[in-house]
Write a protein that binds this ligand. Sequence first.
Ligand SMILES: [Zn+2]
Ligand SMILES: [Zn+2]
Length: 133
Amino acid sequence: MNNENIVTVLKENKMRPSFIRVKIYTLLVESRIHPTVDEIYEQLSKEILTLSKTTVYNTLKLFIEKGIVKAINIEGNELRFEAQRGFHGHFKCRECGNIYDIPMNEKEITSVLEGFNIEDMQVLVSGICPDCE
Ligand SMILES: [Zn+2]
Ligand SMILES: [Zn+2]
């Protein structure tokens, strides 16, 4: 997604495409590492010296409300963020801590759970990735 598309997504979701919003959303679209608030802050504060962690928090909160970003809760205490890109599961490596996406068929899962009121869907697989093995 180029800069123009990022701005379009923000506008379509009724957000003013401020410099910081564009930067944070671009980072989430481009990165596949599922960063934490701290990681987002660390990466962008090198470039945006006036950035505060509160701004990162508030921007993420807004993105989640608008449905363009998803918060994922891995292992209870660790909140990570990614741009919304359809349902998928996650693999977490317990050596390097990296998180990998696992494609999954959402329809298959919801059809097995017919009649259930699904409020949240998260699939987490853990182990050791090929790089650490
Ligand atoms: Zn690893
Ligand atoms: Zn993911």
